[in-house]
Write a new protein. Structure first.
Length: 138
């Protein structure tokens, strides 16, 4: 298996299979940005986002295309206790706000294209304050 070098992003980006699948997208944007997933087809591609710069305004948002949904869960922790948060059935985006929903340096999310219209999510979000859900639906 070939390991691809990480790709740094500092502005909103539409992720593509050719460029971003199978590598780590390093997010360095204190003002936040949006990562747009391609259409989920069930092809098995994996997209990983790693927060390298703590979000200090706005948010890092990962959004599914069209009617695609994001299912699964992530751990969110401010301290040793932390919580595990599951996606709501209609979730189509993840928001890391640099505080309660992750986005502190070291946060990461992995999304796998598991079925037509469905992304599987997992990861660990570093937070501050009382942990909150990063999953929402438009």
């Amino acid at each position: 298996m070939t390991t691809l070098a990480p790709i740094a992003v500092t502005a909103s980006t539409a992720l593509t299979r050719k460029i971003h699948a199978g590598t780590v997208v390093i997010v360095s944007a204190a003002a936040g940005l949006t990562l747009s997933l391609p259409a989920a087809t069930g092809g098995g591609d994996v997209y990983t986002a790693f927060v390298n710069t703590t979000v200090t305004s706005n948010a890092v948002i990962i959004v599914a295309l069209g009617t695609d949904i994001i299912q699964g869960g992530v751990s969110v922790s401010t301290d040793a206790g932390g919580v595990t948060i599951l996606a709501i059935p209609t979730a189509d985006y993840i928001t890391m706000n640099g505080s309660t929903t992750g986005g502190v340096k070291g946060s990461w999310v992995e999304l796998k294209d598991v079925a037509a219209g469905v992304w599987m999510a997992g990861g660990f979000l570093v937070s501050t304050g009382v942990e909150g859900t990063p999953f929402a639906a438009t």
